[in-house]
Design a protein around this ligand. Structure first.
Ligand code: SF4
Ligand code: SF4
Length: 380
């Protein structure tokens, strides 16, 4: 079989076909596809036209970019120039100043309605969006133009998805999510988490290349392949939770034995993401695996609603349904906790029923309005 341009390039970089196929198999696993799908994925990556990406950074810490660059082997950096065409990324591109801004402008003009916009960071609305300027233009202005003309927009990380840390009370810059800043934006997909997992960013692009459409989403517009399971349901410490074996103090014997971290503030029962399965740093480990509770970083307004991080919340959805419910949490909260039990069970059921909806071809102003209303509500 004739060697494809991609394989020639990967080989030049010292990446064998076997390693490439291993990468395709790992993508099939992340996407919840059967192993046999890896051949289809390989074919799509090798032969499909490269999608054009522009990556915008606003009020962020560049943590999602860092995460993106630390994907497994072959790294995204290995594949970046061959699988995708990343036309604009402030942190990664060699160009600077007007040359960089020209690259963005010409991509938007030449590929209107065809490129994918990835947004990292929240967008400040106060002071005429003057808290965040790039090349003399406000973040709000850039986001509206670039996302408004994109085929799809991916909000990468919790800041772009839900406002994140900049939007935590008292939200001094009136930081907005992409959905709030660009109402009605087409095909909006959320990859929440702080930062978003590189495997999920890569898998989303691979899914699009392979299936030729965007994946089904949950009620927060997050792909179900990555956010369809509660951390708690896939957690390696779950048997300890079910047996009532909890860490009570950092470094105690239960901690050394890898017992459940719920009483140390773990928000896994209220957080949906595939961290226990995909893990981090090329599947090396993940927070709970190394003895630290989940902070709930993939959930809306987590800086406000999941804090204090090291205290368990009496109204964590789902936990209340367990026979190992912390009696202190329940009795202290009385009727409020009882209401939380009902709410919690409802939330979990709602999640399990799933909200399998792909992004629409047209805008979804109403849904954005709904998100906007609920974000506004939670900020009060
Ligand atoms: S509470 Fe946290 S540590 Fe315990 S089983 Fe659930 S997710 Fe795992
Ligand atoms: S374990 Fe929890 S806090 Fe850690 S990355 Fe996953 S969702 Fe975020």
């Amino acid at each position: 079989m004739a060697q494809t341009r991609l394989m020639r390039e990967l080989e030049r970089q010292g990446i064998s076909r076997r390693e490439f196929l291993t990468f395709c198999a790992s993508m099939a696993a992340v996407l919840g596809m059967p192993k046999s799908a890896s051949a289809t994925i390989a074919r799509a990556i090798e032969t499909e036209e490269r999608p054009i990406l522009v990556w915008l950074e606003f009020q962020d810490c560049a943590g999602n970019t860092e995460s993106f660059l630390r994907a497994g082997h072959p790294t995204v950096a290995d594949l970046i120039l061959d699988t995708i065409s990343l036309n604009y990324h402030e942190t990664l591109m060699a160009a600077a100043g007007t040359q960089a801004e020209d690259a963005l402008e010409s991509t938007v003009a030449k590929h209107k309605g065809k490129y994918i916009a990835l947004v990292e960071g929240s967008i400040p609305a106060d002071a005429d969006s003057g808290y965040c300027m790039v090349g003399g233009r406000s973040a709000l202005d850039i986001a509206r133009e670039v996302c408004g003309n994109a085929a799809a927009t991916v909000a990468v990380g919790t800041c772009a998805t839900f406002g994140g840390l900049p939007a935590a009370r008292p939200n001094p810059t009136r930081a907005l999510s992409v959905a709030d800043a660009v109402p009605g934006v087409k095909n909006l997909i959320h990859l929440s988490a702080c930062p978003a997992n590189a495997e999920n960013i890569t898998a989303l692009i691979v899914y699009y290349l392979t299936v030729k459409r965007w994946p089904p989403l949950d009620q927060y517009r997050r792909p179900l392949f990555a956010y369809g399971t509660l951390i708690h349901d896939a957690c390696e410490r779950r048997a300890h939770f079910d047996s009532g074996q909890f860490v009570e103090e950092w470094g105690d014997e239960a901690h050394r034995h890898g017992y459940c971290l719920y009483r140390m503030g773990c928000k896994g029962p209220a957080t949906s993401q595939n961290c226990p399965i995909v893990q981090w740093n090329s599947h090396t480990n993940w927070p709970i695996g190394c003895g630290h509770p989940c902070l709930g970083c993939a959930e809306p307004n987590f800086w406000d609603v999941m804090t204090p991080f090291y205290e368990r919340l009496p109204n964590v959805a789902g936990v209340s349904a367990s026979r190992w419910l912390d009696p202190v949490g329940l009795t202290a909260s009385g009727a409020v906790a009882a209401a939380a039990v009902i709410h919690g069970i409802g939330e979990v059921r709602r999640y399990r029923r799933g909200h399998h909806r792909p992004p629409e071809d047209k805008g979804h102003a109403d849904e954005n309005k709904h998100e906007s209303d609920s974000n506004e509500e939670s900020r009060k």
